[in-house]
Design a binder for this molecule. Structure first.
Ligand code: NAP
Length: 330
């Protein structure tokens, strides 16, 4: 799933050119269009409600290569979206001198691998060969928390997620668990709740108490997240917070092709943000925020956001990191 977005974005990228597309053993040697169509058709047949994503015209004729061929392909960097259990393949590529930009949970919590969301901690990217971005929910959450913590300090956070089906990739849940239903992820093998808590602390470099509750819902794309925050300093007015979030743009003027015009889009309408309307602001690289309140009886600030799990939360995030690394070297 993430790989398809990588291919789509990189195939049209102004700085990078695709050298080789690689999948698992079963895909090697096949037409990429056939692999793509089969995966989208399987999701449509399974869920019934799935809107197939069309095969991009600029990838016409692409073939899926073998993993072993990466090291002799002439490629300089690899974008990886392998499952955690295939993570050692990233190590293999690093050992062969390639730079790897990765979405996989593999190695995310090793001390030497920072998790990069460039608006928040691009200083940690430096010239390292292994660049990881965090989980999809975290990618949006740290963007929301960063301006708040800079202005008011953040003491504690509580989040509840409503995560989309594409967040599980091409793996499929039994239909009745997620269509017309809500599937709690607490205690499941997906480890999402644990990952988010650890990742936020790591990126913000702060032992922030965070309470996380995750669920899967029958939405195709875009994770919806409810956030409640206790701040260190007294919170300003709602208008102050809206202005703070709207002004946040540490990458202004960076010239990076994937940097959004603004990473946070604040919506005032009642009933927004919603994944179906708000997962694609600035090509999926911006987080949509709404339902901001500074008059909650328990928390200093509450809001909700929608993050595009496949773009900002995965492929687009990794490509933005690679653009920064490339620019630093150019
Ligand atoms: N989906 C999201 O929203 C999201 C967001 C952030 C991070 N991530 C992370 O990104 C990764 C991919 O997620 P996904 O949703 O795209 O999962 P997915 O749809 O299941 O895709 C997994 C991909 O990995 C390939 N693969 C599996 N084993 C491999 C191996 N041994 N060597 C090379 N390729 C192998 C598969 O190729 P074949 O199909 O050819 O077998 C497939 O292309 C995961 O680590 C996930 O945690 C996902």
């Amino acid at each position: 799933m993430v790989g398809r977005r990588f291919a789509e974005l990189l195939g049209a990228h102004p700085w990078f050119e695709i050298g080789l597309l690689v999948g698992g053993e079963g895909s090697a040697g096949r037409s990429y269009e056939d692999v793509w169509e089969a995966k989208e058709a399987a999701l449509e047949a399974h869920y019934g409600t799935w809107a197939r994503r069309a095969y991009p015209a600029h990838l016409k004729g692409a073939q899926v290569g073998r993993f072993e061929d990466i090291t002799t392909s002439g490629a300089k960097i690899v974008f990886s979206s392998v499952p955690e259990n295939a993570g050692p393949r990233e190590r293999f590529l690093l050992d062969h001198g390639l730079q790897v930009f990765s979405n996989s949970p593999y190695g995310r919590f090793d001390a030497q691998n920072p998790l990069i969301v460039p608006e928040v901690n691009r200083h940690a990217l430096d010239d390292r060969p292994f660049v990881k971005n965090p989980n999809c929910v975290t990618s949006g959450l740290v963007l929301v928390l960063d301006p708040i913590r800079r202005r008011y300090g953040v003491e504690a956070v509580s989040i509840t997620t409503y995560q989309s089906l594409s967040g599980r990739g091409d793996a499929k849940y039994a239909r009745d668990l997620v269509i017309g239903n809500v599937l709690p992820l607490h205690g499941s093998g997906e480890n999402t709740e644990t990952y988010i808590g650890k990742e936020v602390k790591k990126i913000l470099d702060q032992p922030l108490p965070i309470s996380v509750s995750c669920s899967r819902v029958g939405v195709q794309e875009g994770h919806y997240v409810d956030v409640r925050i206790k701040t260190s300093q007294p919170i300003g007015t709602r208008d102050d917070v809206v202005a703070l979030l709207r002004d946040y743009n540490p990458l202004t003027g960076s010239g990076l092709p994937s940097a959004p015009e603004a990473p946070l889009v604040v919506l005032d309408e009642v009933g927004r943000p919603r994944p179906s309307c708000d997962a694609s602001h600035h090509d999926g690289m911006a987080v949509a925020i709404g339902n901001i309140s500074t008059s909650d009886e328990v928390y200093d600030l509450r809001l909700t956001y929608v993050v595009n799990n496949l773009i900002r939360g995965a492929a687009g995030g990794a490509i933005l990191n690679a653009e920064i690394a490339y620019l630093a070297r150019a």
